[in-house]
Design a protein around this ligand. Structure first.
Ligand code: ATP
Length: 313
């Protein structure tokens, strides 16, 4: 094993009856990396994570965490990571602060260090105001924040996050992202499963796109965008009524099918068409249509996701 690989997943497979839930998936996670397992509902993300945490035995293949095999060295392998979703272990009759202090002590911190760590986490997760309320008064979003905070008490070197922000409001999601980034800046390695492209794009250094149990593509967000190939011209028009006019100009010059969405006009470009973009701009300027944006861009990760996944099982 390469010593820089904290996680090594090699050709794993899992069937549930006739259903092949995971089919020959392999990847490695380097120290200090945020690795995103991205895929639509039912893609197999949770099944992969359950095998990595040795909650489920794979039918074939091998998983090692810091070199420890999850099947043959299960106990040692399980000591290598922390995972969110432990809300069941949190005491509802205690306050957020008390819970964090207890987890700190369980992680081997002395009383003062446990208090200090609790304070840090309450600040990071914006829970200071509610720190001394019992959990019975907590909203769903506050519980999720506390759940992540609890899993970070011991500053885990390897953290597994299963859909950490599903169902959270945008502000809470941003706080979760910041906390995850902070943890990684302090040296941790993170595996994250998500259905949200935006989350993978913002957080992950590398993304594995999973669909129907298979690895579709793996790489940095930029590499994945390149997989779709080609470039696109995007024009944002200031006034909605000018859109048909712009559409006609683009179509006349490029002869390609043009997409419109609100005030945005896009068209995919091949090499020849790239040369003709200046002509489009010249014509738009001569008609004096006000524009907010005119650029040749790589397609977004959304395009990658839509192009490469089929979705529901
Ligand atoms: N215990 C099980 N018994 C039978 N089938 C299962 C079991 N667990 C998962 N599956 C099936 O395996 C496939 C992969 O499921 P999995 O939960 O891993 O997907 P996922 O990518 O985590 O989806 P989601 O984003 O919805 O959580 C699905 O078709 C699911 O129905």
């Amino acid at each position: 094993m390469n010593s820089k690989n904290v996680v090594q997943v090699k050709n794993i497979r899992k069937r549930f009856g006739k259903k092949a839930a995971v089919q020959d998936v392999s990847f490695e996670i380097k120290k200090g990396e945020i690795f995103g397992l991205l895929g639509p509902n039912g893609a197999g993300k949770t099944t992969i994570l359950r095998m990595m945490t040795s909650l489920l035995r794979q039918d074939a293949g091998e998983i090692t965490l810091n070199g420890y095999n999850t099947l043959t060295q299960g106990r040692l392998a399980r000591q290598q990571f922390s995972i969110t979703g432990q809300t069941a272990a949190i005491d509802q009759d205690l306050t957020a602060r008390e819970n964090l202090i207890i987890f700190g002590k369980l992680n081997g911190l002395h009383r003062d260090a446990a208090r200090q760590r609790a304070d840090e986490l309450l600040t990071d997760f914006d829970l200071v105001q509610s720190a001394d309320q019992t959990l019975a008064t907590f909203s769903g979003g506050m519980r999720r924040r506390l759940d992540l905070a609890v899993s970070l008490v011991g500053k885990p070197a390897l953290l597994f996050l299963d859909e950490p922000t599903t169902g959270l409001d945008p502000r809470t999601r941003l706080q979760m992202w910041q906390a995850i980034r902070k943890l990684v800046a302090e040296g941790s390695t993170v595996l994250l499963t998500t259905q949200y492209l935006e989350e993978a794009e913002h957080l992950a250094d590398r993304i594995a796109l999973i669909d129907h149990g298979k690895m579709i593509v793996m790489g940095t967000p930029t590499e994945l965008e390149r997989q779709v190939g080609g470039m696109q011209l995007r024009i944002d028009v200031t006034e909605l009524q000018a859109v048909p006019h712009v559409q006609t100009i683009v179509q006349t010059v490029l002869g390609e099918s043009v997409q419109t969405d609100g005030r945005t006009v896009t068209v995919l470009l091949n090499q020849t068409e790239m040369q003709q973009v200046a002509q489009v701009l010249a014509q738009l300027q001569s008609t004096q249509i006000p524009l907010n944006h005119f650029a040749i861009e790589t397609p977004s990760l959304d395009d990658v996701f839509l192009k490469m996944t089929v979705g529901k099982n």
